[in-house]
Design a protein around this ligand. Structure first.
Ligand SMILES: Cc1cc2nc3c(=O)[nH]c(=O)nc-3n(C[C@H](O)[C@H](O)[C@H](O)COP(=O)(O)O)c2cc1C
Ligand SMILES: [Fe+2]
Ligand SMILES: [Fe+2]
Length: 408
């Protein structure tokens, strides 16, 4: 049976949730699944805004049929061509042979790349800023290229003041029935996952997100409908917009230290635990310690975007970095991550190289400022290196606790 809900008088949520999915994009662990949002606007004309993943396709079709209540579908608007949202395009076209597919030039190219369907004669190509009237509702299309794919556009309903925002402002986390951000404790249930979603999926495209935010600032938006997770409105919407402004400009949310280490025999770990201990004794409150072999890189990436100070510690492995550490630092670089205070601890037993490699990799990222001297451990930390560690802890603590809060 259909599971649908009106979000305004004329617009119905017809999406679905997949709680069974273990890995989003076959890569990002999901504790509680993910939802796929889709919306049906019924006016003089009917329009469906995006479709869903194939995992919830059957329910989705049931939802649409019930919500159309015998009417036909006039328009299918495609804001994003990633398969978790467009797996049902063919089926929709089969069910509603007269439907017009609304998208931009890149949308249609991608439909042809992903699917073997004939879309000739059934496309309505829009340009940035174009409008489409459904009767009372006029839809405006606002291009948001590379947030996070090239064809991405937002659709704005100027009657209800709703922005359908593709993957922007979405989050991991399954369907809970509570469809709106102010119906749940968004902070408790979703916020960390919204950060992990943004930073890992969209994080690279800060410049493009800033451009989209700029366009949005001139608009009257009462609700944001992302393709995943709760619909945002009220204070919750503003809070996410504020966070997007920080994340997209690579500014930390708060002062604190994220210590990420690799360790085979526990000696690098021991050094990091000593450093964390000294930081805490110096009065640093926000400390996170992650073992790269234990904590998924997506969580480390999310907290790297969150905190002001980062420490990386790794043993040398065949003259390179321990590979999980290489991955994490490589991922941050690939995400265009920048503008942090960083420190490094290297370890090696006969030809230590990890410290230098990490310093080089971090130096290649934009606006990375090194705090304290890079510490070099020869197999295990010894008492005679304690002053060096103390100095490193002092330098990091002083930088974290410095009075100039404007630097966050
Ligand atoms: C497969 C392998 C390769 C390694 N390659 C190097 C190396 O190239 N240079 C070096 O100095 N140490 C190398 N090491 C030694 C470790 O970096 C060193 O023992 C380090 O102290 C381990 O720190 P941990 O106790 O935190 O695991 C290697 C160890 C292993 C297991
Ligand atoms: Fe996407
Ligand atoms: Fe998506």
């Amino acid at each position: 049976m259909e599971v649908v809900r009106n979000i305004t008088q004329d617009t119905v949520w017809v999406g679905g949730g997949d709680v069974r999915l273990a890995l989003f994009e076959n890569m990002f662990p999901l504790e509680n699944g993910v939802s796929y949002n889709s919306f049906l606007i019924s006016d003089e004309k009917t329009a469906l805004v995006d479709t869903v993943d194939e995992s919830v396709g059957r329910r989705f079709i049931e939802n649409i049929k019930a919500s159309l209540n015998g009417r036909s579908l006039d328009y299918l608007i495609i804001n994003h061509m990633e398969p978790d949202h467009c797996a049902n395009i063919e089926e929709i076209c089969r069910l509603f042979p007269k439907v017009q597919i609304v998208g931009n030039k890149k949308t249609f190219q991608m439909i042809q790349q992903f699917y073997d369907m004939d879309i000739s004669g059934r496309t309505l190509e829009v340009k940035d800023g174009d409008s489409l009237s459904l009767g009372t509702h006029t839809l405006r299309f606002i291009f948001a290229p590379m947030v996070h794919w090239p064809e991405v556009m937002f659709t704005y309903d100027d009657y209800d003041k709703i922005l359908f925002s593709a993957d922007a402002f979405g989050t991991f986390g399954g369907y809970t029935g509570n469809l709106f951000s102010d119906e749940v404790d968004y902070e408790e249930v979703y916020f960390n996952e919204a950060r992990r979603y943004y930073t890992n999926i969209v994080g690279k495209y800060g410049v493009q997100v800033q451009a989209a935010l700029k366009k949005m600032s001139a608009m009257d938006i009462r609700m944001i409908c992302p393709l995943h997770g709760p619909i945002l409105r009220g204070d919750g919407m503003q809070r996410i917009l504020d966070k997007y402004a920080l994340w997209s400009s690579y500014q930390p949310e708060e002062r604190g230290v994220l210590l990420t280490y690799a360790s085979m025999y526990g000696n690098t770990e021991n050094a990091v635990q000593l450093l964390a201990n000294l930081l805490a004794q110096n009065g640093v409150k926000n400390i996170r310690v992650y073992d790269v072999s234990k904590t998924h890189f997506s969580t480390i990436v999310a907290d790297a975007f969150r905190f002001s100070h980062l420490v990386f510690a790794s043993p040398t492995y065949n003259l390179r970095l321990y590979s999980a550490m290489e991955n994490v630092i490589g991922d941050l670089a690939a995400l265009n991550f920048q503008n942090r205070e960083v420190s490094v601890i290297g370890n090696g037993s006969w030809a230590p190289a990890a410290g230098k490699i990490m310093v080089n990799k971090l130096s290649e990222m934009k606006d990375m400022r090194f705090i304290g001297e890079a510490l070099e451990i020869k197999s295990a930390l010894k008492k005679d290196q304690y002053p060096e560690m103390e100095n490193l802890a002092k330098a990091i603590s002083a930088s974290v606790l410095c009075a100039d809060e404007n630097r966050v």
